[in-house]
Design a protein around this ligand. Sequence first.
Ligand code: PLP
Length: 393
Amino acid sequence: MQKIYFDNAATTSMKKEVIDAMMPYFTESFGNPSSIYEIARENKKALDESRDKIAKLLGADSKEIYFTSGGTESDNWAIKGIADVYKDKGNHIITSSIEHHAVLHTCEYLEKNGFEVTYLPVDEYGQVNPKDVEKAIKDNTILITIMYANNEIGTIQPIEEIGKIAKEKGVIFHTDAVQAVGHIPVDVKKANVDLLSLSGHKFHGPKGVGALYIRKGIKIKPLLHGGAQERGRRGGTENVPGIVGLAKALELAVENMEENNKKMIELRDYIIKGVTEKIEHVKLNGHPTNRLPNNINFTFDFIEGESLLLLLDMKGIYASSGSACTSGSLDPSHVLLSIGLPHERAHGSLRITIGDENTKAEADYFLEVLPSIVQRLRDMSPLYEEYKKQKNR
Ligand code: PLP
């Protein structure tokens, strides 16, 4: 049976070039970059070069890039680190209701510790209205944290506009760009952001490594106290192979972005058209055009997303309902509820996130097997039964 991987927002496979770039730092050149002999110096050089590369690809300065263990740490550090430094100035934070849990749960933690958080609503497509951000800013607002692109429904936020407002009002602006970096062009200056989180495993790099961009002049408290690594702001021996892999993966992603995105948008729209033509009672979630090139999110009425996933798995198709972090929980996705779906409809979601390796033949196989799976589940659904009775009355 063929295996089709359609869950690239959860994680991606590593490119061979990335593994090749990392290998020497696991084997012959394994030194600690803080030591002074040759194999350590080689590591320090690799670390510096990786930082330069990532900075250049994001339009930042090398001194503004700090390596972390991934998106969750970067988000935690940005939010807690700013809250801690600026708590005497104010205790109000603005975010959105559709953030990843790395942001939402961090904000909830701060709420329990004396901070006030505004969770902005989104429209039916999952977009934050910049005017709402402006209206929410108060004298005691110290931070705005709004994601660049959503991990479930793929909607891209008006980051530049929000950043402009934050700048004008003198409020620090962080964006969780974990799903955007390596997928769409991201330039920290153009985006008007002060802090930006990214994670390697979302763009064919290694897991457990990421970065936080911190604009020069922004004060932040360390999240991890320890040695003098990362300019004294993030202690811990650097994950050199991971960091080298992160830089290589981003370099490849940016180099091939235009070509890959053209191909992925074609495939994405082909699948959307196929599914909506072949299946009744289906809705595309997220923005029709302003969405990530790799993201498709559907709601199928009368069925459970989890059952759909199991049956797809039996056909060798790996997809997701909601995000990987919320799957396994029976709660419906907070993102789908935020765009206005009622509970029962939010349960029937399917997220397909394609990668540059996916082919039209795979899309055709998916389009061939999906209608009968959906029908089989609907035939077992009391809700569907009820719907048909009402319709025939
Ligand atoms: N933020 C977003 C938008 C994500 O999609 C994810 C991962 O799913 C994270 C943060 C967490 O990143 P990591 O898995 O590197 O901790």
